[in-house]
Structure formats: structure tokens, C-alpha cells
Design a protein around this ligand. Sequence first.
Ligand SMILES: [Zn+2]
Length: 461
Amino acid sequence: MKITFHGAVGGVTGSKHIISIKDKKILLECGLHQGFWKTVYKLNKELPFKANEIDAVVLSHAHVDHSGLLPKLVKEGFVGKIYTTEGTAEILEPLLLDSAHVQQEDFEYYSKLAIFDESIEVLEPLYDKSDVKRMLKFIVTKKREEKFRILDVANITFYNAGHILGSSQIQIEAEGKKIAFTGDLGSRNRKIIKDSVNIPSADVFITEATYGDRLHKRKLHTREDLAKVINDVHKRKGRLIIPSFALERSQELLYDLHRLYNQKKVPRIPVFVDSPLATDFTKIFGKHLNDFDEETHEFFVDRGQNPFSFRNLTHTKSVHESKKLNKYSKSCIIIAGSGMCEAGRVKHHLRHGLENERNTVLIVGYQAEYTLGRDLIEKKSEVKIFGDRVKVKAKIENIKGYSAHGDRDDLIANIEATKDVKKVVIVHADSKQAIGLKQKLIELNNALDVVIPGPGDEIEV
Ligand SMILES: [Zn+2]
């Protein structure tokens, strides 16, 4: 058996690893490279292997850096099965249809600009909605902790990864050897979803290491911090704008808001989720009660309540409804995408809301360099939105502690709980994080073989 690493090596996006067993090739993940689109476009346009040589895909979770090139794989001739959990399969549909839609919109926008300016490079969409729909037909869903056989060469078992809804760690057994793969590992005590389950045993352990050299400050007060921000904006009769990722973060915010209302810690000002994608994902969450942790059951499900639904909440659908929010004069909360303020409806809310000192913008996620969200947390006095200079008079708040990835100690505890591990392969990390985790693992057990592969590297198992 052989593993070839094609993506999420030397970086955190574009996850793709091929496990070759006899004459069969199993692809673990088929992720999109993310970043500045022009820079990563070529990496996404040309798959590092022939799509029709892949016999099956096994997918850990829905995030696009793990799943975003599945429609392209199908477009280029893959006709096998894609194995994943039900939760992941349900999320993939709205997620990848949206990805195809955004690519098409960008293509049309830049095509128009290029008529007047030849220097503008127009990048074609990697796939369209029909490719996504065709890909969805190849999906076969499996339950966690129930072993299944694929291609008559390997046994596969999913274990909860505690990262996002549906996420799994994967154990692959073939030729008397076992491989463990984290996908992405969640941090302990995440909101809503259950914590991860360790893979019982493996010879080779492939681990992500997004935070391989970092320890999260265990911030247990995110809900209290959120209450403070809401009470403050209510006193100032302003609106609270929260840029948020549609998946997971939006549901966590709704969960926290609902807890705060039940505890009567904040006034029941209207809440608007102004993101059709977040609304779709929230509906999917509501169907997966078995994935909820004890706390979510205790505070909501056991009391007959839906954690993501309360009486002062409205989901806006149409652009017209979204625009109407600009005229809303009372104190309110608006949750809208995108999470880094680079696209989506939140840009309109910021354009209208930033110049009013009664308002607050609350940042709850990581903000990459050169994004509008980063400008805001760096407290720039002026930002550019849709080409306009906008003065930042609103209060900018930042609550950390909503991280979806485990830290160094979570990653190590996850590996240590798996028996018989002789080799650890570190992927899905920048070099500082990968080297940090490698050093710590060797310090704890110098008999362990720890490898950080580069693009195209192979290891024999
Ligand atoms: Zn992920």
C-alpha cells in the first residue's frame, strides 16, 4: 500500500491524498486550493492526477478546502463512488452549488470589464452547477463507527472528528495494515456538536496540524462577551453587524443568542440572518439531533426547543428584503456573510452601517491579510467598500474563541489515544506549525517516525 500526497502539503488548503492498494486508487479528499484566486487558479485548474484513474473517493467533511474540487473530478471523468457521512453529503449540495454560482458571477463580471480593458484576465469557472448536481449522484453515505468495504481492497470506518457537522476521522484497513486520517480535528468542547472520537489503532497516522504549534487560550466566556456587546449596542440604540461564515459559525451565534435569551441576559432585539446559505445550513443542522452534544440536548432538545429558532429571529431571503434592512431604524442584530467581509451581503450592511457611531461591528472569526475584515480589526479609520471611501465610526469588537480546529495538545492527545502508531505524517499546516508539532511529538516519543511530506511525495505502508 502506498500514500501519495498531492495537496494540503506545505499549506492548509487543497487537501488530496491518494492511497494506492494493488491496482486501485482511493482518493482521500478532493479539496480546492484557497487564497487569492489568480494565484491558486492554476493549481485548481489542473488536477495533479488523471480523474479517470481514481476508483473511489473517501471524504472527511464538507469544507471546500477538502471537497471543493469534487465537481471538477467528475467533470474530468471520475465515475466511482464518493463515500462520506449523511451530514457532510447534505452540506455539500448548497455549499458547492454556491461555489459554482460565485465562480460564474465572477466570470461574467470580469468578462464585461475585459471588453474595455484587455489587461484584465478572465478566469473561466472550474465547474458549473450541472457538474455539482452530477457529482452529488455519486455520493454514498455511511454511518460513523460502522466498518464498510470498498472496491474489494479496503475496509473503511468513520469516527467523529468534532470539527463541523458530519465531520469524520477515517480509518483505512488494507493488506494487514491500518492508516488513520484526521481530516480536520475539532477543538475540545465545541459548541453544539459532539466531541471527537479516537481511532482505535493505526500503523500510520496522518494528522492535520493547522494549529500544530499553538495552544488556544481556552476562552470559555464567548457567550458572556457577546452579551456585553449586545447590551452596549442596545444602550446606544444602534445596530450590531456580525460578519459570519455561513457554515457552523452562524449556527454557533444563533445557539449563543438563544441561550442568552433563555437566561434573560440580553434584550430581545430583532435578529436577522441575512444569508440564504446560512439559512440552508441552519435547516440541515436542525435535522441532525444525534450529532448534538449533551449541553445542546440539555438546554434545548430535552425542553422541546430548536436551538436555532427563537421568536425575534428572521431569515431574510430576497435581495429586496435584505435592502429593506437598511431602512430599519431600531436596534437590531444582523448576521451576514461573508466571514471576512470580502463578498456577500455583509458588505452592503457595512457600507451603510460603518459611518454611524451608534453601531457596532463584531468580528468573530479569523481575518486573513488584505481583507476588509482585517482592516476593521486593525482599527483603520477609513476603509474602501465598492470603490467608496467609508469612515469607520462604528465601534469594532472582536471575540476570539470560536475556533473549529484543535490546538497542539488536542492533536497530540488524538494521536496518543490511537494504539500501535509507528509513523506520523503531518499535513494541512504551514511549515512553522508542522515543524512545531513534529518537534513536540519527537520530544514525547523519540522512537516515533514523523514525516512532513512535500507535494507529490510518497510513502510505503
Ligand atoms: Zn475543515
